[in-house]
Design a protein around this ligand. Sequence first.
Ligand code: 5AD
Ligand code: SF4
Length: 475
Amino acid sequence: MLDLFIDKTHDENRQGERFMSTSTEEIVYTKRFYIESYGCQMNFSDSEIVASILNKSGFGPTSNFEDADVVLLNTCSIREKAEQTIRNRLQTFRQIKKQKPAMLIGVLGCMAERLKSKFLEEEKLVDIVIGPDAYRALPALIEEAGEGQRAVNVLLSREETYADISPVRLNSNGVTGFVSIMRGCNNMCSFCVVPFTRGRERSRDAHSIINECAELFNDGYREVTLLGQNVDSYYWIDESKDEIVTFAKLLEKVALINPLLRVRFSTSHPKDITDEVLFTISKYENICDYIHLPVQSGSTRILQLMNRTYTREWYLAKIKRIREIIPDCGISSDIITGFCTETEDDHGDTLTLMEYARYDMSYMFFYSERPGTLAARRYADDIPEETKRRRLSEVVKLQNQLSQASNKNDVGKIFKVLIEGDSKKSDENWMGRSSQNKVVIFPKAENDFRKGDYAFVKINDCTGATLIGRTVSTI
Ligand code: 5AD
Ligand code: SF4
């Protein structure tokens, strides 16, 4: 039987050594877990929930997998390449287990959900398989696996939101934190495996979201990103007040916690983002002027095959609306090249849409067929990889030009920057972000700022990915 420990000190938690409870009683974890996360921000956020569940069961974190009793991989299935990377990593852990047979290896997340017991039976790569809605069962599964039993739980839930679990912040900079507001996805984009691996959409209790954000603020954090696959369809009924909490209402409630707490969110679906959300962003200075609005393709025909439920024109009208209501809004996108039947004309439509939208940044991929998705069942993956890659390189080249142009346009402007820490290249410079989510670098000399402070920075130079400037006392 494991001893029970309670820990509230995030920083100490990260060191993975000894822990003090708030009542000065010393807590020693008897076992260690090591966790690696892959894929989207939601997975990283889930790992923090898993860490909290394990802490309560007597497992402390370690950043060295060789010291771990349990090694966990929180996995991603979105593209084949992600799965391949994870398989390679599992092989490495398998080798270590040969010298240390008591060490347990577990796969969590989307790949666990997709491959289920195949991992245990056919591949014999792991000891524990646990899907995204079953993390509460992890301590019991670890015990079962330790006794040599089959340890699988891939049940998806219609209710689980882990609302009551206070995540343990892992690898955090102490300034920016992620808060999950919903789980799953009801959109059936035909290329996407997420609805199958993460299940039906459900929204988390708004009170627990506000409490978590307020707690982060009290712990010194100055930015929260509200996370969901499709945040605009957040919907929760507060029965005590007979109030419907929409995403716009939720944004407002989080913004009102404190004007010094910045609020971001990800991801929006173009079909669901409302004027109410846009007006809420423009009303509150601390809700960042930045929207990630994945388009996926610029061709209406391809969008239809992707089941995105909007046309090229409809999407562009949405971009226009955003710029009307929030004139300085940063906008980014996700783009897929080489989807089934995509012609050169369709590809050309993606390039022209990018130009119209003037994206500040994009995440760009070539299409990777995922087993079980609507596209895999309905359409042939008929674009040669060479063509997919060539189109992707054209999209990337154009995005680089657009990012460069967008950054050049910011030279001479002043931005309010939240300082996240040292710049990667030199600890003589600070790194922070503008409201529009652009990385801003500026010298530490001439001021006595600290991490988590806001600075006004006048931009005097830029690269494709970064703004460079100097602080000014006021706008
Ligand atoms: N192939 C390539 N890219 C994909 N994405 C999702 N599924 C696939 C796929 N099968 C991309 C989409 C999505 C982002 C998170 O990943 O652009 O918005
Ligand atoms: Fe996948 Fe579409 Fe849901 Fe995003 S909105 S997770 S792309 S199904």
